[in-house]
Each structure stands twice: as C-alpha cells, then as structure tokens.
Ligand binder design. Structure first.
Ligand code: ARG
Length: 588
C-alpha cells in the first residue's frame, strides 16, 4: 500500500491539476508547526513564478477545490501562499484499518529483493567479548533485522578473527605448557583427541600471556610467527589444535551473543578466505595491478582528487604473509562467489575507515567485485564512560560484556523487587529483558557514527528517552489488555473507532507513519530512526492514556475502540522492539 503521506498528497495533487496547475506542486509534508496545522503544502509558493500569479491566489484556487475533501477537516490558504491542512479523523482511521490488516503493517515487498551480506560482530577467537564488541553486535543485528523486515534477503556473518598471529601465539604457548600432546608430535598418525586439551578460561588466560611474552621475548616471537605460518600452510597437528581452539571459543562466543539476542547466520572467519588468497594474488599480479614496493606486494589505490593521503593497499607483506587487507579482499571474493550480493555492509569501528577505504578501492580497481555490488562501511563511534573517555572498568581494565550486562541486570532486579512482590524467577527474566533494552536502546538511539556516553543511570531510568521507558509503556498496554480480557472473556478483533480526541488522533498518525519510517530506516541503515519513532509514539500514547478513562469507560462500543487502539499500538511497538533486538516483559 501507499505511504500515508502519498495518500494524503493524492488529493492535493488532484486539486492543483483541477485548478489548472501542475499536479506535481501538490507535494505535502507533515507540518513543523503542529500548533498551526498537521499537514502543509508549499506548492503555491513554488508555482508562483511559473504561473506569474501571487502565491496566495494559487493557494486559494487549490483550497477551494479541496473544500469537500474527505482527507482534510480543514484547508486554509494563508499569506504569503501556504496551504495549511488538518486531517479528517475518519480518513486517518481508514488508513490504519487498511494498514493493520496487512501482515507487515503497510510495508510493501520491495520491487526488487536484494541480497545483502552484513559483516558485524568481528570478535577474535580466544578473547572474551568485551564492551568494545557491544556496538557492532547491537547495531549490526538491528540493521540486519530492519533490512529483513523491509523484505530483503539478508545474511549476517560474524567474520571471526581466527587466522592471524594470535593463533600462532596460542599454539606456541600450548606447546610450552603441554609438550606431550599429540598435536605436537611430528610423527603422529592416529586420530587427534575429540576433547579439547583446554577450557575456555585457560584459553582466555593463555592468549594474553603469550601475546605479552611475544613483545618481551624475540625468540618466542619467532616461534609464534613460525607456528602461524605452519598453521596457515596446513600442518595437520596445528590445524587440528586450531580447530579445538575455534570450537571452544565459538561455543563461548555463541553463548554470550545469545544473551544479547544477537544471532549470526554464518560463523565464517578470516580463515575461510584463505583458499581465495593464492588465486586472488595471481590475478592481481597478472592484471598488472599489484607490484612490489619495499619488498611487499601492493596495489596503488590513491586517486587524483583525494584530499588526504591514501596509502597503497598491501596484499602480501614482505615475508609473503597475508594481512588484514588480504583476508578482507579474499572474503569479498568468497562472498561474491557464494552469494553474488547486491550489497556488503560492514559494521565496524569507524577507526578502521581507512582500511576499508583501501580495501574497497582495491576490490573495485582489481575487479574482484562486480560493479553492481555496493560495498558499504558503517563506522560506529566509541562508547565512552561518564568521564568522556573510552569505557573502562573502575581499575582501568576492559570490562567483559557478560559482566557489564550482569551488573545492569542486578540493578534492574533490585529496582523491580523494591516495590513489588514478584516471583524471583519471573523477576530474573524481567530484569534481563529490561537490562537488554536499556543497553541496546541506549546505544541504538544515537546515530551510529557518533561517539556516545554509556551512562548506566540514564539508560536504566524508567523515564525519558530510554529503553525501560518504552518497555514500561508496552507493559502498561499489556496490563490494560489483560484486565479487559479478564472482564470480557476475550479481546475484540474489530470495532476500531474514529479518534475522538487530539491525543488519540496523534497516536493514530504516528502508527500511520510506520511504513515510511521503515523505508527510511532501511535506506539509511539507521536503527536510530526506529528509536526516535518509538519514543515519539510512546509519548503520544502516554498523553492519550493519561487523558482517557479506558477500563473505566462505560460506553462499551467506545471502550472497544480504545482497546483496539491499544492492540494496534502494541503490535507496532512490538515490531519495533523486534527490529531493535529486545522484547518487553509481561509485567515490570
Ligand atoms: N576482528 C576485527 C577486529 O577486531 C574486526 C573485523 C571486522 N570485519 C572485517 N571484515 N574486517 O578489529
């Protein structure tokens, strides 16, 4: 179905045409002066020159034609030539009735369905998730859900860091500590054990230990480099051990992402790009794009109109090893082959912008990506602490994601137990839901590219532009619906009413804006637009709620109409929280 604004414009365009003007002048927008009108059209101003008439004359001509319109309850031509209009409540309702009858509430299937790969998460094997992993997970997940809701085929890939030096470091340290393991025996020919020779906690201790040692001890570093090379060249024992490292680590990562309600379709990693590297390098050499510079193989990617220096893209280091650019380029080849996507979206820290600029330029120049594949970098800003510096624990360390979530959950638990007797298991579940909403909404309500301050007190507040406030609003609706159902046996499935108050009309208008909001949020890859939409609607809903007796309403027909509005609003709210990646509890 058409967007709300398009339907509204139809009448105005027709009126322009009937009055002898270009119908295209009848463009309308929602008014930025709601005190004057709900909808405005500036077409008369725009047409004045073309028709050599005073704008107000044109506006009056059009207003006359709109006099009997079913769309508007008020049409005014005002000096110097604006058209100010209010919507007919019945018209607003008719749009809602149609929209709510559709599965996706007025969001149309796209003309052409796109295949989109979203690369987000980007955790590194053997390292616990920390607060730095929060943003890519939350933002990427939401962009994925929005794109999917908009009707596209979307593949979320975690793109694990599973292939570089850290792997060689871990293997080296394991060899020092457990030299007798079969993985280290050159002549071993049996089956490697099924069980990993370490736990996740050991792994998480070994990695930083080995990484530190590499910085202090050159011989150790050489061993680690050698182990990395051996692994990448396919040494069977190392490959088998690496698979164990991967398994143990991925199991733990999955558990943690699950707590965040973040779910990847693909668990591929840098290592999966490895087979694509040799043919890619050959192609780049053969086509004359890659050349040797200071021992390394590079592709020049600077352009004449560059404002800043863009260094060449390094394909192979001087020791012949692949690096971060190499794996990202080879991964593009893999994705082209597997999915032939219309777009690959990278949700990564904005400090990696130069890297992606180089990689994208190189991919285009060397033709490893089709011209029609859009490569898009969505760089997110830093999550800062209340002191304005990157978020850290009190003693300056990196905070584990599970600890951060745990702390906020405990805080929410205490809050909900303060004034209510809730079953502890339900309270646990509720606290987890509120905590997730607090964290995700706190993040997503900012434009992704901006730095923001992670302010636990603000994010967990039940008032203001916060996740908990939205949940509270939804819970309020759920509770009214439950009480109605208790008293009446069932919820109505029809009987929507023409809004009889300004507040109620505002809620309907908000709902009617849902399809346009989705289109916008998808096009701009902007979860913050979903947040802003929800917040506005929650405010309008709460104004309506505070000014209306719902359960106390004596007129049963009217009450049914209110209940229908609540049901509709809840559906829209739930769809939105689903897109942001959290859910509302039943009570709080
Ligand atoms: N693992 C990387 C890091 O920790 C992030 C990966 C982002 N995705 C990509 N395709 N490079 O910085």
């Amino acid at each position: 179905m058409k967007n709300f604004l398009e339907v509204i414009a139809e009448d105005v365009q027709k009126a322009f045409a009937e009055a002898g003007y270009d119908a295209a002048l009848g463009r309308v927008t929602f008014s930025n002066r709601p005190d004057l009108c709900e909808v405005q059209c500036n077409g008369a101003m725009a047409g004045a020159k073309q028709y050599k008439k005073a704008p107000l004359v044109i506006a009056n001509d059009v207003a006359e034609r709109l006099a009997g319109s079913k769309t508007f309850s008020k049409v005014e031509a005002v000096a110097p030539g604006f058209l100010n209009m209010d919507l007919e409540p019945a018209f607003v309702l008719s749009y809602i009735e149609k929209m709510m009858g559709e599965e996706k509430f007025g969001v149309n299937a796209p003309e052409k369905q796109q295949t989109i790969v979203i690369d987000y998460g980007g955790p590194n094997v053997a390292k616990p998730l920390h607060v730095g992993h929060l943003r890519p997970a939350i933002i990427g997940e939401s962009i994925k859900r929005i794109a999917r809701y908009a009707g596209h085929k979307v593949i979320g890939d975690v793109h694990l860091g599973d292939w570089g030096m850290p792997m060689g470091q871990i293997i080296t340290e394991l060899k020092v500590r457990k030299p007798d393991l079969p993985y280290f025996q050159e002549d071993f020919s049996g089956e490697y054990p099924e069980e990993a020779p370490f736990t996740i906690s050991e792994l998480e201790e070994i990695y930083p230990f080995a990484s530190k040692k590499c910085k202090e001890d050159d011989d150790y570093k050489k061993l680690a480099l050698q182990a990395t090379a051996d692994l990448q060249n396919g040494k069977p024992g190392y490959r088998a051990l690496w698979k164990q490292i991967l398994n143990v680590s991925v199991t733990d990562l999955k558990k943690n992402y699950e707590k965040l309600d973040v779910c990847f379709d693909l668990w591929m990693g840098e290592s999966d790009a490895d087979p694509y590297i040799p043919p890619m390098v050959e192609k780049m050499k053969a086509d004359g794009h890659a050349h040797i510079s200071e021992g390394a193989l590079v592709v020049d990617v600077k352009k004449e109109d560059d404002k800043k220096e863009i260094p060449p893209c390094m394909i192979l280091k001087s020791d012949g090893a692949a690096n971060y650019e190499t794996t990202d380029l080879a991964t593009i080849m893999q994705r082209e082959k597997d999915f032939a996507p219309d777009a690959i979206i990278y949700v990564v820290d904005k400090r990696q912008e130069l890297h992606f600029d180089q990689v994208f330029r190189c991919a285009r120049k060397t033709g490893i990506v089709r011209d029609t594949t859009d490569l898009q970098f969505i760089g997110f800003g830093t999550m800062n602490g209340p002191d304005g510096k990157p978020f850290k624990t009190r003693d300056g360390g990196v905070l584990r994601l599970e600890h951060l979530l745990g702390q906020i959950k405990d805080k929410m638990y205490a809050r909900i137990m303060e004034n209510k007797e809730l079953d502890p298991a339900e309270a646990e579940d509720t606290a987890a839901k509120i905590a997730l909403a607090a964290v995700k909404y706190g993040d997503l309500s900012n434009q992704a590219s901006k730095d923001y301050i992670f302010d636990v007190d603000r994010f967990t507040s039940f008032e203001g532009d916060t996740g908990p406030y939205l949940l509270y609003t939804m819970v309020r609706i759920k509770s009214i619906l439950a009480k109605y159902q208790e008293a009446n046996g069932a919820l109505p499935i029809e009987g929507r009413m023409i809004p009889d108050s300004k507040a109620q009309k505002e809620v309907l208008k908000d709902m009617a804006g849902f399809p346009a909001m989705i289109a916008d949020a998808f096009a701009e890859r902007a979860p913050h637009k979903v947040c802003a939409y929800m917040y506005q609607m929650a405010n309008d809903f709460n104004s309506f709620y505070h000014g209306t007796k719902i359960l106390g309403e004596e007129d049963a027909v009217k009450q049914k109409g209110y209940i229908m509005l609540l049901r509709d609003a809840l559906k829209i709210f739930e769809t939105c929280t689903g897109l942001l990646g959290f859910t509302a509890p039943e009570r709080m």
